[in-house]
Design a protein around this ligand. Structure first.
Ligand code: NAD
Ligand code: UFG
Length: 334
């Protein structure tokens, strides 16, 4: 199979490219490197022995997209490209709506033109808003609390309308829970610039002494220890979910949403203590007020993905904590 991976130099995209190459797919990447680095391509080659074809450019550039489809015939597209920072989306909503929506609409128009109608889309558990029932099933009520989340939900609606208009389309909406971890080689992972928003990247910066302590946002939630509970999923498990989704859409039509999570919820303090134990490092922390917009608990019912995609997460929290730190130790030692 030949697959176009948009945003393939990013955190989840790069791990998915490895998964695809290791399973004999041909891969073409388009990425504007707005949140990634070209060096990732060399690391992908080191791991797999194969170099994906790479186009550097913006998904909003229609001509570039058309050129890529003129030069290649794809069996399917996996669409990761987009902006993802919740806080930034509140500050710069137009930038988020423009980038995430326009990229997706242009992509679908070009896919239509070139008769490639198999698409896997990166959605998010953020479309469940503040969940009424746990674990969260795919048919739960959908709502959003920030512009980033709204772009994901709007794109889900757009893609559903597309399938109604043309039943040849086959689309998988993958709703990721909280991806952490890194490739076991230590060559791919996540290390955001500046002060991170998300928990694991922040813990890492404390572990490497770039930040003095972790601020734990609230210990008065109605959870096991009062801190927020999330469904952390290893990025390598997530990457495998994309291969399963491609295999599913290749032989079917229609549109469906799938939760990609482990089904287990861990609190902030559980994540901190697991990280400390497996990496033998102390993470100093302070309990701070709640972060506005946060929910108490969020974890998936992943049984639909198991039933329909034949996928389930295999890696545990220890592996996630070990691999996340291993990646950063590896790049910092270079
Ligand atoms: P990432 O920022 O590491 O990767 C996204 C990639 O897309 C980057 O390499 C970036 O340079 C590229 N990109 C952005 N806009 C582009 C454009 N207009 N044209 C070309 N390339 C562009 O993010 P990630 O964590 O790998 O996330 C991938 C996808 O999964 C995103 O759509 C994100 O919203 C979604 N998602 C991520 C999480 C998470 O916690 N990481 C959770 C749920 C959903
Ligand atoms: N937290 C802290 N301190 C920090 C950062 C986070 O205590 O410095 C806590 C949060 O309060 C929350 C938990 O750690 O209880 C996880 O927070 P993250 O920011 O890592 O993740 P969220 O669940 O808030 O959101 C993330 C992405 C969203 C995505 C969602 C589900 O930022 O875009 O996961 O995939 F939608």
């Amino acid at each position: 199979m030949k697959i176009l991976v948009t945003g393939g130099c990013g955190y989840i995209g790069s791990h998915t490219v490895v998964e695809l190459l290791e399973n004999d797919c041909e891969v073409v990447i388009i990425d504007d490197l707005s949140n990634s680095d070209k060096i990732v391509l060399n690391h992908i080659q080191k791991i797999t022995g194969k170099m994906p074809i790479f186009y550097e450019g913006d998904m909003k550039n229609f001509d570039l997209l058309r050129k890529i489809f003129q030069e290649h015939t794809f069996d399917a597209v996996i669409h990761f490209a987009g902006y993802k920072a919740v806080g930034e989306s509140v500050q710069k909503p137009l930038m988020y709506y423009e980038n995430n929506l326009e990229s997706t609409i242009h992509l679908c128009e070009v896919m239509n033109e070139f008769h490639c109608k198999k698409l896997v889309f990166s959605s998010s558990a953020t479309v469940y808003g503040s969940p009424e029932k746990l674990p969260i099933k795919e048919d739960a009520k959908l709502s959003t609390t920030n512009p980033y989340g709204t772009t994901k939900l709007m794109i889900e609606h757009i893609l559903r309308d597309l399938v109604v208009s043309d039943s040849n389309w086959s689309i998988a909406l993958l709703r990721y829970f909280n991806p952490i971890g890194a490739h076991t080689s230590g060559l791919l992972g996540e290390n955001p610039k500046g002060i991170p928003n998300n928990l694991m990247p922040y813990i890492i910066k404390v572990a490497t002494k770039e930040l003095p302590q972790l601020n734990v946002f609230g210990n008065d939630y109605d959870t096991k220890d009062g801190t927020g509970v999330r469904d952390y999923i290893h990025v390598v498990d997530l990457a495998h979910g994309h291969l399963c989704a491609v295999n599913k859409i290749i032989n079917s039509t229609g549109i469906d949403a799938y939760n990609l999570g482990t089904g287990k919820g861990y609190s902030v303090l559980e994540l901190v203590s697991t990280f400390e134990r497996v990496n033998n490092i102390k993470i100093p922390y302070e309990i701070c007020p709640r972060r506005s917009g946060d929910i108490a608990e969020c974890y998936a019912d992943p049984s639909y993905a198991k039933e329909k995609l034949n996928w389930e997460a295999t890696k545990n929290l220890e592996e996630m904590c070990r691999d996340s730190y291993n990646y950063v130790s590896n790049i910092n030692n270079k």
